[in-house]
Design a binder for this molecule. Structure first.
Ligand SMILES: N[C@@H](CCC[C@H](N)C(=O)O)C(=O)O
Length: 277
């Protein structure tokens, strides 16, 4: 079978995007891993599948698979690329879209300058929702990682994040601590590990070791989670510019009980087809 796809990215966090609005696409974890493979397949951090909505009050459903084949709840950079994709493919002409994800409905909006703003919903801060087996809802919690005690803030943007503050993000132990935090027993569903350098109250530098994908050039939900963690810790004030290795995002959050707003670019790089067994 020949499978048409688009290759897209949001700040270098790259995606293979499939249109399943007209007919379902049979996806196995093995197929996802093949498509995501940078040597034997197409290559991406996440695979996104656009599907028809399952209810009348939303426009589409979109599903997210990590490069390791696992289906996950949310993806910020993917949400912006989803909007670019449905417009480029003529699937809608609405600029404000309601879309179902595994973690609920999000509301992205295509801006006049081509950037996309996404209402990413209200962050969950209760550790039990992460799930984070700590029995406490303190904003900063100790996490034993090897020989090091790491103070982290656990935030769910639909998907789970553990954010730590570092002095210099370029020197942060992302490659070593990232996988250890991702699979830490305190996070039974695994977690995305964020390393945030606070530059000033409105600016951070961020790297994220993503669950199921490794370090990516940018992580949209990771940026939202880092800003939430920074505001809760009294280090940041909304809005915050988030500098990633792939570029810049703007994140606004007015505090507990309010949604996180994310604005950034979305790029369709090329369209192609691939032969699947
Ligand atoms: N890159 C994404 C997040 C993708 C999912 C994540 N790796 C997870 O497992 O939760 C983003 O831009 O948010």
């Amino acid at each position: 079978m020949r499978l048409p796809f688009s290759k897209m990215h949001g700040l270098g966090n790259d995606f293979v995007v499939l249109d399943a609005t007209a007919a379902p696409i049979e996806l196995t974890a093995e197929r996802v891993r093949f498509l995501a493979d940078r040597h034997f397949g197409v290559g991406c951090d996440q695979l996104l599948v656009v599907e028809p909505a399952s209810r009348p009050d939303v426009d589409f459903r979109y599903r997210i698979f990590n490069a390791d084949g696992g289906e996950v709840e949310q993806c910020g950079n993917g949400a912006r690329c989803f909007v670019r994709f449905v417009h480029d493919k003529g699937l809608t002409d609405k600029t404000a879209i309601r879309v179902e994800t595994r973690s609920g409905i999000i509301e992205p909006r295509l801006e006049a300058d081509g950037s996309v703003t996404v209402d990413m919903g209200v962050p969950e801060l209760e550790p039990a929702r992460i799930p984070f087996d700590s029995g406490s809802d303190a904003v900063v919690q100790p996490l034993q990682v090897g020989d090091t005690m790491v103070p982290i803030t656990a935030v769910s943007m639909g998907n789970p994040h553990a954010v730590q503050v570092v002095a210099d993000v370029d020197a942060a132990p992302v490659a070593t601590q990232g996988p250890a935090i991702e699979s830490h027993p305190r996070f039974p569903a695994r977690v995305n590990a964020g390393f945030m350098e606070v530059v000033d109250a409105h600016t951070i530098r961020l790297r994220v070791y993503e669950r199921g994908a490794g370090e990516t050039l940018a992580c949209g939900t990771g940026a939202c989670a880092a800003v939430v963690a920074g505001v809760l810790r009294g280090l940041l004030e909304s809005p915050v510019r988030v500098h990633t290795r792939g570029g810049e995002l703007s994140i606004a959050w007015q505090g507990r009980g309010t949604p996180v707003m994310m604005t950034g670019p979305a790029v369709r790089v090329f369209d192609a087809e691939i032969e699947l067994d």
